[in-house]
Design a protein around this ligand. Structure first.
Ligand code: AMP
Length: 115
């Protein structure tokens, strides 16, 4: 067994972070290193899927639940418009292999495209 991901440890309360919203199978936190005025992460509670491709193939309903949670937190924390980014693979900047979406909102510029 590999070590639990940083997001699983946050969910268990082992690493401090405020859970700003949650659904049955997903939760949202603020990114610790924001790249936009509003930079949130929406994350499945299970770390079964490493990236969005695996998630879409294995549990499309959970992917839809993540998108709905992203919409809800973007409305609650900004004006409702947002960018949704899934970094997929180390070459694309993925560092945590527990699938998560970056929700970027506020005044955005091109430098925030990388999540
Ligand atoms: P990625 O590079 O797409 O895998 O995204 C991982 C994200 O997790 C990065 O934007 C990090 O800033 C963020 N992150 C890492 N550790 C924490 C933490 N303890 N609390 C909140 N966000 C974190």
């Amino acid at each position: 067994m590999s070590e639990p991901s940083v997001f699983t440890r946050i969910l268990k309360g082992e690493i401090p972070s405020e859970i700003i919203a949650e659904t049955e199978n997903a939760f949202a936190i603020r990114d610790i290193a924001p790249k936009a005025p509003v930079h949130l992460l929406v994350i499945p509670k299970s770390e079964q899927y490493r990236n969005v491709v695996e998630l879409a193939a294995g549990d499309p309903e959970l992917l839809a639940e993540l998108v709905a949670l992203a919409n809800s937190v973007a409305a609650a924390h900004s004006d409702g418009d947002f960018r949704l980014i899934f970094n997929t693979g180390p070459g694309a900047g993925q560092t945590v292999f527990h699938v998560h979406a970056h929700v970027l909102a506020g005044v955005l510029d091109e430098s925030s495209l990388g999540g």
